[in-house]
Write a protein that binds this ligand. Structure first.
Ligand code: PAF
Length: 271
């Protein structure tokens, strides 16, 4: 597994992998790409496994993207577990890890050029995290341009993000297929997230109440009340239909300093 630290190295590395594959197999490889911010967990592993199953080569990026954080303290405290990330990647048969060593490597323009979306990005997390999705879409477009993969894999836990990335790929005629993968959960139901590493033991015990309230209580007001009582500060808890047409229940709530999000598919209402 190669670790490539600059845009130039990643471009060159990609070319070399493709040429080597061509030489040995007599055809072009298919490429699967998994963009991440590191602190990898079994959810990321499942994306890498799917990518390995569906493609000849798998590329992973690890970059804590500053432009998608609307609070400097949140960016500063984002968990970093590089050594175990690289071991997980190696185990998942990743060919190359793009690991920009410098926060500016992906922003030679100083973030003057941005991708914005005007509808889906203004709802749910977009309301309380101004600029977040602009940062996500901008960095994902840059990464997709560099990886030039056949398929890129994203978790359904960040469903609004996935919807926006799919929409961007369609709007800009990108060649990469955007593949959504199911949320991976702990045995007690908590959706895996890198931020879970920052929960205190007490908060970790309370955290699965989020998915319990979402699934066990059909009345949204009651569910919100239950979460309030458990010590969550609920940002939103709503049933919405995003442009992919499926009705889902979305929630975001903060426990102490840690913002948790989750979503589930809802059965379609009878006409
Ligand atoms: O979901 C994430 O980890 C990030 O938002 C992403 C897609 C890697 C962009 O920085």
């Amino acid at each position: 597994m190669r670790v490539l630290e600059t845009v130039a190295e990643f471009r060159k590395g990609r070319r070399e992998f493709v040429e080597e594959f061509r030489r040995t197999h007599g055809r072009d490889p298919s490429i699967g790409f998994v963009p991440t911010m590191g602190a990898l967990h079994s959810g990321h592993r499942s994306l890498l496994e799917r990518a390995a199953l569906e493609n000849d080569l798998v590329f992973l990026s690890i970059f804590v993207n500053p432009t998608q954080f609307n609070r400097p303290d949140d960016l500063a405290k984002y968990p970093k577990t590089l050594e175990t990330d690289l071991a997980l990647a190696e185990h998942a048969r990743v060919s190359a890890v793009f690991l920009p060593s410098d926060g500016q490597e992906l922003y030679p323009d100083g973030y003057r050029y941005r991708v914005s979306e005007t509808e889906v990005s203004q709802r749910l997390c977009g309301l309380s995290r101004p600029g977040h999705f602009e940062g996500v879409l901008t960095v994902v477009l840059k990464l997709l341009q560099l990886a030039r993969a056949d398929r890129a894999y994203f978790g359904e836990k960040d469903y609004q993000q996935l919807t926006l990335i799919r929409g961007m790929a369609e709007a800009f005629f990108l060649d990469t297929e955007i593949v959504g993968c199911p949320t991976v959960r702990e045995a007690d139901g908590l959706a895996l997230s890198s931020r879970n590493l920052r929960l205190t033991p007490e908060q970790r015990e309370t955290a699965p109440e989020l998915i319990r309230a979402m699934t066990e209580v059909s009345d949204l007001e009651q569910a919100r009340k239950r979460l309030d009582e458990k010590g969550f500060a609920v940002d939103y808890l709503v049933d919405e239909r995003l442009p992919d047409g499926r009705r889902r229940r979305f929630a975001a709530a903060t426990l102490g300093e840690i913002r948790l999000i989750d979503n589930i598919a809802l059965p379609e209402e009878n006409p």
